[in-house]
Design a protein around this ligand. Sequence first.
Ligand SMILES: [Zn+2]
Ligand SMILES: [Zn+2]
Length: 558
Amino acid sequence: MPDPTPVRLIPLGGLGEVGMNCLAVDCGEDRLLVDCGLLFPSAEAALGVEVIAPDLTFLATGPPPRAVLLTHAHEDHVGALPQLLRKFPDIAVVGTRFTLAVVKEKLKEHGLAPGFREVVARGSFAQGQIEVEPLQVAHSVPDAVGYALRTPAGIIVHTGDFKIDWSPADGRLLDVGRFAELGEEGVSCLLSDSTNAEVPGNSVSEREVSESLARIMGGPLARGRVVVAMFGSNLHRVRGVVKAAVPLGRKVCLLGRSMQQNVRLALDLGYLDCPPDLFVDPEAADHFAPRELVVLCTGAQGEARSALSRLALGEHADVQLDPGDLVIFSSRQIPGNERSVGAIVDRLVRRGCRVLTADNSSELVHSTGHACQGEQRMMIELVRPRSFVPIHGEYRMLEAHARLASSAGVDKRGCVLAEDGDVIELVPGAFASKAAERAPSGRLYLDTRGAGSDVGEVALRDRQLLADSGLLICLCVLDRKSGEVVRGPELLGKGVSGLDDRRLAQAAGAAREALAELAATERTDRASVEEALRRGVRSAWKKGVEKRPMVLPVVIEL
Ligand SMILES: [Zn+2]
Ligand SMILES: [Zn+2]
């Protein structure tokens, strides 16, 4: 009997960062992907980069991927599908009903209409040699799944993003029974969500958050409008707020495109049911007294131009906030966004609003959608895998999760701490191991969503430098034949600190001297002239003491 095909797992994103999740699974001629998502730069360090996508160069070698298995509808799992589909238009996009509904709309905006395959939990199907079974999990978006992959190297379980919520808002528990059955059968490798690997204990149930929000909305702080800011895709939370609004006689107004889109989809697909007259159009919102209104909006991460940011600035076309209105931030602050969130809170407080956040409220206003250590351990103990690969997290989170796995009984030799571009080999009867080779992997810094072009690391470094110390243009006109200076050097600065006439004259003088030191032959060589100008100008700034601006020599030959 020939050796069974080894299976290779190649993370292209998500191992080393929270975001841009993408895993390739290679099994002979069969290649599958699990997820293909985006990463968002923090508001302050963006340098014109809108989104970051995984570099998919690796997929150009080897068999083309047949299918991409989507775990759920979050952008960090599905956002880079346009990039993937432009390269591989024939790939089948596999996911549950809600996930596909969200994805279809997004892809339509990009003019993409790939083949879709709708799946249900426990409904297994063959994809080449691999048998795929979706597994129901609980998360902060409806219809999330993990996947069991039956391969020649044994069963691989991928949790996707999950938490173990014993009273989920939609009543859909993580399929504990099925995970345990797979564990009974024998799982060769578990890949599990590490986002909260540093957080002890267990996550709070979404139901508790809903109850708490209902208490706040019925309490003394809710004198005027109640604004709840959150991710539009967190429909469990939307359901909680909507349910609380009905008995209080408040109408619900949705602000922000992703909020409106997600709620409309959820209503269409039956994930939300509420009285039809509950929602009011934003344009009609000012017909209602403040006490009769709940506003659900996006922008809780401090995003500029979001609905919340416009409310805070008093620039929203339809809704104006008044003193006495209550604003609840019902979300986790993504690290890096603290300042922009803080700025919005300040503006709201200046308008006289009362603002509740996870930090200043004794009531619960948010719960994570990701398993904490207690739930992560439970997952490992249910599945009892031979090998364990932590996924979805920054390096320290992956490391903490690997440690947890070994303390939960996984053999240390089977705990593989991998990063993007590592190649993990699975052979039946052995521990998973990292191959010596590495796959190309990296980040594409896109300047717009969807069809954006890659800014590239060099341009980003330039942007960083310009932002840091500004730009000096050094203009010089030379005689083409003799190399004699006809005019200049003249200097023009943008964003350079401490730039006065004295400094400009000094730098121009230094540039002139540097030119004079050139031999006659060098003076007709453009590269030598440019280098001399750059060197001269830079010498006017003390090395290591002052911020030295970027110098751009412009040489014109007459
Ligand atoms: Zn997620
Ligand atoms: Zn995620």
